[in-house]
Design a binder for this molecule. Structure first.
Ligand code: HEM
Length: 337
């Protein structure tokens, strides 16, 4: 009996498959090829595939709440929870690693001919005020912004929930309110230093000769060299991009849809982390990377020898403008170490 049952089983299975194929074939062929959203019963999966969202009707004025399913939200969440973390970590930690290696290999760029003791005014008090106001806001915006991206995974386990929420609340207020002086700073920087930041042939030659940073060459430059013009461009373009995307996020759905909000967040997050990485390089050159650079923005003056080595064309212009005798003899400034 058992033998008979074993023989019959494959035959019965094969027949069942055959019957299912014959019956199911016409049924699937009858499935509509296009979706009629007003039909009594709609195939939800098909609706989602063709319209990329499932939307119903509602009675409250906020029509956004009518959206029931929107798979793009899942893609956005994946970007925010996974990709932005990778982009941010690679950009920021990668830049820190590169700068460390560069410092170990090259060391500080010294004033090779030694200090002269004669100081030249490089930045006015107003220029320095604008620079430090923008830089201070930038650093706080960067730290409070990175807290939004990484805080939950990096700080929350260390600080615990109540300290982390108190810090995050303060950081969020700081991020919102300091955006205003930051944007003012970017606008002032744009107009204040536009004249000195128009690219020219000297910059091309400056880059070709390694900018005086790679190796020990001292290519000529006007008030701002090719590298500084790059920093200016990053600040103006990056500052504008984070400002526009940031205010779209701060004032949700004013002229934006859900997709617009997601795009603003992607632009804001990506530009912000790249901006932070670029500013780390700027901070490096302005401090431990180059002797005599910090005092330009600290006290507003630089040693004449520093100007000769790094901005010879600017020094010639200054001499012609104020006369060589007008350059003050002052005690030499200390190195920015
Ligand atoms: C200029 C004006 C700026 C405005 C109006 C602004 C506004 C905002 C807003 C509203 C958010 C979303 C906060 C939330 O989800 O609760 C945000 C996130 C963020 N901001 Fe800004 N921000 C500005 C500048 C900056 C700057 C200069 C940086 C970096 C230096 C920065 C870095 C970030 C980062 C990393 C995030 C988190 C991105 C994420 O994980 O979603 N922001 N910003």
């Amino acid at each position: 009996m058992a033998k008979l049952r074993a023989r019959i089983r494959p035959v019965v299975s094969a027949m069942a498959i055959l019957v299912l194929t014959v019956v199911a074939g016409p049924i699937s062929a009858q499935q509509p090829t296009s979706v009629d959203p007003t039909a009594d019963a709609v195939n939800e999966q098909q609706l989602l595939q063709q319209l990329h969202r499932v939307q119903g009707l509602g009675s409250i004025p906020d029509t956004k709440s009518y959206v029931i399913e929107q798979p793009m939200g899942r893609e956005w969440r994946r970007f925010h929870e996974v990709w932005l973390h990778w982009i941010g970590a690679v950009a920021v930690l990668g830049m820190l690693a590169l700068l460390t290696i560069f410092y170990l290999a090259r060391g500080m760029v010294r004033i090779e001919s030694g200090r002269s003791g004669i100081n030249i005014v490089r930045f006015s008090a107003f220029e320095r005020f604008v620079h430090w106001m923008t830089a201070t806001c930038f650093i706080i915006l960067a730290l409070s912004g990175l807290n939004i991206t990484f805080g939950k995974s990096v700080l929350l386990p260390v600080m615990g929930p109540s300290a982390f929420s108190a810090w995050s609340l303060a950081a969020k207020y700081a991020h919102n309110f300091l955006s205003f002086p930051f944007v003012l700073g970017v606008i002032l920087i744009f107009f204040m230093w536009l004249g000195g930041n128009i690219p020219n042939k000297v910059d091309v030659a400056w880059f070709k000769r390694g900018g005086g940073i790679i190796g020990h060459d001292q290519p000529p430059a006007y008030r701002f060299n090719g590298g500084q013009k790059g920093v200016y461009l990053i600040v103006v373009v990056g500052g504008t991009a984070v400002a526009i995307s940031g205010y779209l996020l701060m004032f949700p759905f004013y002229g934006t849809t859900i997709a617009g909000m997601q795009l603003a967040q992607v632009v804001h997050g990506v530009v912000a982390v790249l901006f932070i990485a670029a500013m780390l390089a700027h901070i490096y050159i302005g401090t431990i990377g180059m002797e005599g650079a910090f005092e330009a923005m600290g006290k507003g003056t630089v040693d004449r020898k520093w100007a000769e080595e790094h901005h010879s064309l600017w020094l010639a212009e200054e001499k012609a403008r104020i006369g060589p005798g007008a350059m003050q003899q002052q005690p030499s400034a200390t190195a920015a170490e």
